[in-house]
Design a binder for this molecule. Structure first.
Ligand code: HEC
Length: 108
């Protein structure tokens, strides 16, 4: 292989690592969010009904992430949610935001 071909290949790999990956990581992985949501829906209703615990479906992803971060930084005061949010990585929160945000509360 010629040197300039190697250079091109390296540049291509560097480009993919530097740009493509963060772009994909920015918006949450919905399928992963659905997988992670099994814990949440033991308390939060998927239907969007209140049932003593606030519904979390159909929110804009940014608001969802912001609230989870507020529990994580203990700005929001709820021991259960602080513990749960504290265990989640940024990627997991983004995935949950994408999944729950994609659901519509079912009218009842
Ligand atoms: C053990 C029950 C329980 C589990 C499990 C649980 N939550 Fe919660 N969650 C609550 C309660 C109770 C509140 C209301 C807390 C408050 O008043 O701040 C809440 C509040 C929230 C809120 C804010 C709702 C609002 O209207 O302000 C979000 C967002 C949220 N939870 C997301 C999640 C996610 C995502 C998961 C799963 C990773 C999860 N919760 C798991 C009980 C739970």
């Amino acid at each position: 292989m010629y040197a300039h071909q190697m250079l091109f290949l390296c540049a291509l790999i560097a480009f993919v690592i530097a740009f493509a990956h963060p772009l994909r990581a920015q918006s949450g992985d919905k399928a992963y969010g659905e997988y992670l949501s099994s814990e949440c829906v033991t308390c939060h209703q998927l239907s969007g009904n209140f049932a003593g615990i606030p519904p979390i479906v159909g929110w804009p992803e940014e608001s969802f992430i912001e609230i989870m971060n507020e529990y994580r930084s203990k700005k929001r005061d709820n021991a259960v949610m602080q513990t749960i949010a504290g265990r989640l990585s940024e990627k997991e929160v983004a995935a949950l935001a994408a999944y729950f945000g994609s659901l519509k509360p079912s009218a009842k």
